[in-house]
Write a protein that binds this ligand. Structure first.
Ligand code: IVH
Length: 696
């Protein structure tokens, strides 16, 4: 199962580690799109969901927090052509809340942190959270001297010239009480009407339009030519600073008053609240006004008013502890459902996708929404041609909420979910306890095929040296390899090809020869690896071994799987009796062998490859037989997979986490918590050297 699908509370440590790596990469990717390219691919809500998941996993497994964890960085490092500016103090992000309870918790935390009694007055300044981009303004002796973007939070870009074109930003302040050296922070944004007029003009000029006001503002502020920025209708709200001390104020509210006095634009909707109830009333007021405000807001920011308290609370790595961004829930919109497409995922799952007449929901143009699965469509009776209500919610991709029945046309018909794969035409079946319908075309379904081929040649499967996923994809796209058996006919076909491999870009005689050699070397394959390589859903290495040890030969196995289709058969009973194999895996195995396409691929493959029968396991006298071993840290003499294979060859079981049942923990370099756990549990710890001696 993909780790992204496993609920946080169910993740094992290994899965959590993998998932944190995935999240770090994907969040960095979306940060790039958002901050640098102004071309986000996902909604803010989806982005928030990724971050929340990352945080939740880190909370459960604090020892797995990565050095490059998204929770430790803000925004993105820069590439742009602007001069870099180091912020005197980091420009941080804000912690998010989504429900009323999060606001109560925030105030409770504040009280506890400051040791305040339940009846002490905790004033809060509530301000609309402007959906623009933050900027910092440096004033020296009243002159606007340097302006920068947030960048990665530590270092931003010098966009002074561009910011000087914004009328809301005073260029010079002539006031006796204006401090000599200060920094003022706030948000650059664009009003809806300005945004639309600008996009209209761009259409007229044949230029691409901006997806939303935020992107338009970000794109405008990062123009190299300030005269372009000058023609963009940008605005600025001031709301923060890097350090309150030069201002001689006791509260944030007083600070805002001072800013106004000097000619900065402070959001007129900001309000001083004296308790959570007032704060929540404000939140609801603005939520209902949100659609009619002249600019985008995506929530409310609460700030503890007293600056001495702010100072005591300080900052976490990412955000001030004295502030909270209370996000607004999903925005909804009505639109026409033009079509329902069926997408095929890596494991063959058919996912229905709503093709919508494009509609703006909360500043983002939505033209696709997920319909989850077949039952969801039936339950909501969603039909092509319907008018539907869609929403972008806090943690999901856009979804179809319901159908507007009054607008349904009389000729509409219920949607028929296909029972064959739209890509390859194989049966798409649905197992009794599953919500998903799956294409069982496995090896012949093109969408799945490319991904499965990658699996087929991967290290623990056929392990063809020098044949990485890049080559697999390239060969697949060019039609050189469609099914696994094609790998083994590659050399023969290459000999008579007009464009042999050695003549292609990136290849030479030597590398082509090496690839063919590596392929030749895999014409004999141990049975369990062969099983694993087939990529049958739920059949990982461990299950493949169980099957191999039980059935011993391919022919035997195949016959048994075919026979097991009949649930009353002995073959089925036998399959279920194997320890570690349950009904769900059994179903996947049976379905795989019930698909004629798979059988023909297997037949073709077996013309090329000899599957080496599994040896009858013999009772071994090795000191390692039936011992459980855990490897941790980086081994110097061999890779982990190799270590595992060698240990298993001597009858040991290799586990991934340490428990009291573990016999040995082998520690390589930079071993983490597992070595510690082993010591605590009194499990024998071996160095790599000691382990190697033992092997001998
Ligand atoms: S205060 C140290 N106030 O929200 C606290 N931020 O998600 C600095 N934002 O980077 C932020 N309106 O770009 C603050 N009234 C407001 C805001 C606001 C919008 C943005 C800002 C910040 C982001 C955090």
């Amino acid at each position: 199962m993909e780790t992204s699908l496993i609920p946080v509370e169910k993740l094992t440590e290994t899965e959590a580690e993998k998932e944190l790596e995935r999240l770090s990469l994907i969040i960095a990717h979306h940060d790039r799109l958002y901050y640098l390219e102004d071309q986000p691919e996902i909604s803010d809500a989806e982005y928030d969901a990724l971050r929340l998941r990352n945080e939740a996993i880190e909370k459960r497994f604090p020892n797995l927090i990565r050095e490059d964890s998204p929770s430790l960085r803000v925004g993105i490092s820069l590439l742009g052509p602007f001069k870099k500016v180091k912020h005197r103090r980091p420009m941080l992000s804000l912690d998010n809340g989504f429900e009323d309870q999060d606001v109560y918790d925030f105030i409770d935390r504040t009280r506890r942190f400051l040791g305040l009694g339940a009846d002490a007055l905790v004033e809060i300044v509530a301000e609309p959270k402007i959906d623009g981009l933050s900027a910092t303004l440096d004033y020296q002796k009243g002159h606007f001297d340097l302006g920068a973007t947030r960048g990665d939070g530590t270092e931003g870009e010098d966009i002074t010239a561009n910011l000087k074109t914004i009328k809301d930003i005073p260029n010079f302040i002539q006031s006796t009480d204006f401090p000599k050296e200060i920094e003022i922070r706030g948000e650059v944004y664009m009003r809806h009407e300005d945004f639309m007029a600008m996009n209209d003009a761009r259409v007229g000029q044949g230029l691409p339009i901006f997806a939303n006001p935020r992107n338009a503002a970000a794109g405008s502020v990062r123009q190299l030519d300030a005269s372009i920025t000058a023609n963009r209708p940008l605005k600025f709200f001031a709301y923060a600073c890097d350090d309150y001390s030069p201002f001689h104020v006791k509260t944030h509210w007083e600070y805002l008053e001072k800013l106004k006095g000097w000619g900065f634009v402070v959001n007129p909707l900001a309000r001083l609240c004296k308790d959570v109830e007032e704060v929540l009333i404000y939140y609801r007021e603005l939520e209902s006004q949100r659609g009619t405000l002249p600019y985008d807001i995506d929530g409310i920011v609460y700030k503890i008013n007293r600056i001495d308290w702010q100072n005591r609370m300080g900052y976490s790595a990412r955000a001030p502890r004295w502030a909270l961004a209370h996000k607004f829930p999903a925005q909804k919109a009505e639109t026409h459902l033009d079509n329902i497409l069926i997408q095929v995922g890596r494991t063959g799952t058919l996912t229905p996708v709503a093709v919508l007449h494009p509609v703006t929901v909360g500043g983002v143009v939505v033209s696709r929404a997920t319909l989850h699965n077949e039952d969801e469509i039936a339950r909501k009776d969603i039909r092509v041609g319907d008018t539907v209500v869609i929403q972008r919610a806090g943690d999901v991709i856009p979804q179809v909420l319901n159908v507007v029945l009054e607008k349904r046309t009389p000729d509409s018909k219920p949607f028929q979910f296909p029972h064959v794969c739209p890509i390859c035409g194989s049966h798409a079946i649905r197992l009794p306890d599953e919500a998903a319908r799956k294409c069982i075309g496995g090896l012949i379904c093109p969408t799945q095929a490319a991904l499965r081929l990658r699996h087929f040649v991967s290290r623990d499967a056929f392990d063809i040296e020098g044949f990485g996923s890049k080559h697999v994809e390239e060969f697949y796209k060019e039609g050189l390899i469609h099914s696994p058996q094609d790998i083994f006919t590659l050399e023969a076909r290459d000999k008579i090809s007009l464009t042999p491999l050695r003549t292609r870009a990136g290849w030479g005689s030597l590398s082509a020869q090496n690839l063919f050699k590596a392929i030749e070397a895999r014409r004999r394959m141990p049975f369990h690896r062969f099983i694993y390589a087939l990529g049958i859903p739920q059949v990982g290495q461990a299950t493949a071994k169980l099957l191999a040890r039980h059935y011993l030969s391919y022919t035997n196995w195949k016959e048994a799987m075919r026979a097991a289709k009949d649930p009353g058969s002995e073959a089925y009973a036998t399959l279920l009796s194997i320890e570690g194999i349950g009904p769900s895996v059994s179903q996947d195995l049976i379905a795989f062998f019930d698909e004629p396409h798979n059988l023909s691929v297997l037949d073709a493959l077996l013309k090329e490859v000899r599957v080496v029968d599994e040896k009858v396991p013999q009772v071994s006298s090795s000191p390692l037989s039936n011992k459980t071993v855990v490897f941790t840290g980086t081994l110097q003499q061999m890779t982990r997979p190799e270590a595992k294979v060698r240990a298993e060859a001597l009858g040991a079981k290799v586990a991934s986490s340490v428990s009291s049942k573990t016999d040995y923990v082998v520690v390589g370099e930079d071993a983490g918590s597992k070595a510690k756990t082993a010591k605590e549990l009194g499990v024998k710890v071996l160095t790599e050297e000691e382990w190697l001696q033992m092997l001998e």
